[in-house]
Ligand binder design. Structure first.
Ligand code: CA2
Length: 139
């Protein structure tokens, strides 16, 4: 099974800044633990700070992966283009967030992705990604 994890803007800073909200582990280190725990899964990881690059990656993974785990970062709350891309691809997308966006500012309560996602996992720290992964792996 091939799973593509796509992270949006500023998530390359994980583990370096704002540990009180986002924890102190880098995504690369966390992904290493997932790879050990789920050896049968082939992971692809992509991060970009650029909206159009995230759309391009969704188009690519949307036709060659078995599942997509997407944290579009702040674009979640602003990007009609990313929402349209999620709607337009074949592969199911699980939207994830590290923080509980509903306990934060009201701008973070809106998502252009959720309506087109298979499901949404948020508020569990980096474990949100593993819970999303299990929705694809555990049948
Ligand atoms: O909780 C999440 O996963 C978010 O998608 C993270 C986004 C935020 O805009 C969303 O509302 C919720 C921000 C990612 C920024 O990540 C940083 C990590 C470390 C230091 C600074 C930013």
């Amino acid at each position: 099974m091939k799973i593509t994890i796509i992270n949006g803007p500023n998530l390359n800073l994980l583990g370096k800044r704002e540990p009180e909200i986002y924890g102190s582990e880098s995504f690369e280190d966390y992904l290493g633990t997932l790879k050990v725990k789920y050896p049968s899964v082939s992971f692809e990881y992509y991060q970009s700070n650029v909206e159009g690059e995230l759309v391009n990656k969704l188009h690519e993974a949307g036709f060659d992966s078995d599942g997509i785990i997407l944290n579009a970062g702040a674009y979640t709350h602003t990007s009609v283009a990313i929402g349209d891309a999620v709607k337009g691809i074949n592969t199911a997308v699980v939207e994830v967030h590290i923080s509980n966006t509903f306990s934060r500012e009201s701008i973070r309560h809106q998502s252009y992705i959720s309506a087109h996602a298979k499901g949404v996992v948020l508020g569990f720290g980096l474990q949100s990604y593993e819970l999303a992964l299990q929705s694809f792996v555990l049948k």
